[in-house]
Design a protein around this ligand. Sequence first.
Ligand SMILES: [Zn+2]
Length: 106
Amino acid sequence: MNDRKAELETLRADLKARLSRFEAHQHREGGALDKDFEEQATQTQNDEVVDSLETETRTELAQIERALERINNGVGDECETCGEAIDPRRLQVLPYTTLCVDCAED
Ligand SMILES: [Zn+2]
């Protein structure tokens, strides 16, 4: 249990570091698009990729915060939906999950 918490805290720190890199990219200095159209297109595409990665990272981070909160409340290994115990092997593979395998499939 404590290992899982430590693992989640490490993951959370990594994701936060990643997010600040995305933010630095999106708010880079001299953000005006290049004159050359092809470069412009590439840059826009790149921005879109970073945007979707950022959204993904935020979702993951929210999931980790939620799992950590449940661990702190002493219910970290219980399914959020049905209240059954989550298989420890599942928690090992997906330390941030808050659902048992049955509920996750729904
Ligand atoms: Zn369940």
